[in-house]
Design a protein around this ligand. Structure first.
Ligand code: FAD
Ligand code: NAD
Length: 480
């Protein structure tokens, strides 16, 4: 019997929709099931990333950055603004507009590539069999396909002690929708979301406190740069309380009463709003039947191998629902790899070359292992550092905080990692990603001609510094 599809994808976030697009390019008949509904109850493609993650958060980060720069940074350039104020309603409307433009763009791509957008819930029944319940139906219909890709994404982790109420105590989605600037805002968790969304509201005038359980700040990042970043964020007004255990946070009257404990004992504070941002967990509930025998790993992710194969033949899983960092670009590349492998190509992804970015101002970006990790692994390395304060373009634009740090193997000189806290770090780190994916050495970068004056020259100087020959650095050349 003919199958309904060559490929069914469950989930239309960056993992799933990109897999669907690549599948169509390769000539597959593709159905993509997605259950996302926008705030008006309309189906919307793009998953968390486009609807409630990467894109809306960056829209608010950009608006709030312009506002804060006008308020605090541009006076020394002679730009003086009287009567500056933020119209939150317009800011939110613009953000919605950005989201709608992009999500509708994916719908257009689906249409032009003949991908069936199946609006509703998908459930894996077994190899090649999927139950699909349309939003306007109660009972599922069985669909068949040669291959199934599971790309259900993730949802915020909740804390029993801090129940959400959707208005005063919210998750990251709620924090993108505050209709006014809260006077006092607490964010539980000083991870990526805490820092980005905490920055948005801090720049708009909130008094923001981040309550973080761990005693180390951003343990996944380079620790020297993390210390610089912590100082910078603190100077910007974020109060980051490390080693803090939240005991409860509940609405009482018109504000939230939070009880937490740190080294100085138990404390109580009142906040106008609280955001819970303590990590995300894979969306596996209702995704598959017991009879399908799909395996999860010990952390509740869908178990996959390096090629994103699950334990079931013809069933693959990608994105936030499988091991590895929860990042949009990681899911996208896994989607492309899986579909190309289905088509008989020998595609692979390179987990060591996934860049991470925290879109604060300055930005914090890195790729590859940190110095801590290299030391632990006993890998000999040399590091080259260059501060933005010594870069002409950074001076000219008034963004002198931070530095570039490159790490190269001590014997082969092959680039192992790049860690950047500073202006446009998200763009600069890509130079290292490209160099590393071509197996370049620090000498290759050092011998490359960089345009002047650019921020990129800091990458060049850091490469020179690996060999102790940075040109625009005061003092004696330093090696290692
Ligand atoms: P998702 O984007 O979560 O999409 C999964 C889709 O599948 C959803 O539409 C979901 O409703 C649907 N679905 C789930 N189960 C079913 C089912 N059974 N049937 C039908 N449909 C189903 N990452 C970055 O790389 N850069 C950033 O700047 C960034 N910023 C972020 C900011 C915030 C506030 C948040 C919350 C996340 C951010 N992320 C960022 C993370 C990024 O959003 C995720 O890594 C990415 O969206 C994961 O893609 P995905 O395709 O795996 O899943
Ligand atoms: P995260 O893992 O980055 O940070 C969560 C923080 O909460 C950690 O520092 C953790 O120690 C802390 N925490 C955990 N339990 C706590 C508790 N009970 N009390 C206080 N602190 C506690 O997770 P996130 O910020 O929620 O983001 C979720 C995912 O979304 C991340 O994996 C991230 O990769 C992705 N994301 C990426 C971007 C980006 O790429 N720029 C932006 C936002 C989100």
């Amino acid at each position: 019997m003919d199958k309904d599809y060559d490929l069914i994808v469950i989930g239309a976030g960056p993992g799933g929709y990109v897999a669907a697009l690549r599948g169509a390019q390769l000539g597959f008949k593709v159905g993509c099931i997605d259950n996302w509904l926008d705030p008006d109850g309309k189906p919307s493609l793009g998953g968390t990333c486009l609807n409630a993650g990467c894109i809306p958060s960056k829209a608010l980060l950009d608006t709030s950055h312009h506002f804060s720069a006008l308020r605090t940074e541009y006076a020394d350039q002679g730009i003086l603004v009287d009567g500056l104020r933020i119209d939150v309603e317009t800011m939110l409307a613009r953000k919605r507009n950005v989201v709608n433009t992009l999500t509708q763009g994916i719908a257009t791509l689906f249409k032009t590539q003949d991908i069936d957008w199946l609006k509703g819930h998908g459930q894996l029944l077994g190899t090649g069999r999927v139950g699909f319940t349309a939003h306007d139906r109660k009972t599922p219909k069985e669909l068949t396909a040669d291959n199934v890709i599971l790309a259900p994404g993730s949802s915020p982790i909740m804390l029993d002690s801090v129940p959400l109420d959707g208005e005063y105590v919210v998750d990251s989605t709620g924090a993108l929708e505050f209709t006014e600037v809260p006077k006092r805002l607490a964010v539980i968790g000083a991870g990526v979301i805490g820092l980005e969304l905490g920055s948005v509201w801090n720049r708009l005038g909130s008094d923001v406190t981040l309550l973080e359980a761990q005693s180390e700040f951003l343990p996944i990042a380079d620790q020297a740069l993390a210390r610089t970043a912590l100082k910078s964020y603190t100077n910007q007004g974020l109060q980051i309380k490390l080693g803090t255990r939240i005991k409860s946070a509940k609405l009482s009257g018109k504000s939230v009463r939070a009880v937490f404990e740190d080294a100085s004992g138990e404390q109580q504070e009142r906040y106008d709003r609280v955001i819970v941002a303590v990590g995300r967990r894979p969306n596996t509930s209702g995704l598959f039947t017991d009879a399908s025998s799909l395996l999860l790993d010990e952390r509740g992710c869908i178990h996959v191998d390096e090629y994103c194969r699950t334990n079931l033949p013809g069933v693959w899983a990608i994105g936030d629902a499988v091991r590895g960092p929860m990042l949009a670009h990681k899911g996208e590349e896994e989607g492309v790899m899986v579909v190309e492998r289905i088509a008989g190509q020998n595609s692979a992804t390179e987990p060591d070359l996934i860049p991470s970015v925290i879109y604060t101002m300055p930005e914090f970006a890195w790729v590859g292992p940190t110095e801590q990790k290299l030391k632990q692994a006993g890998i000999p390395y040399r590091s080259g550092r260059f501060p933005f304060a010594a870069n002409g373009r950074a001076r000219a634009q008034g963004d002198v905080e931070g530095e570039v740090k490159l790490l190269a193997h001590a014997e082969t000189d092959r680039l192992l990692g790049a860690h950047i806290f500073g202006p446009s770090a998200s763009e600069l780190v890509m130079q290292a990603v490209i160099a590393m994916s071509m197996e370049a050495t620090s000498e290759d970068l050092a011998r490359t001609i960089f345009a002047h004056p650019t921020l990129s020259e800091s990458v060049h100087e850091a490469a020179l510094a690996v060999d102790g020959r940075a040109l625009h650095m005061a003092g004696k050349p330093k090696r290692g």
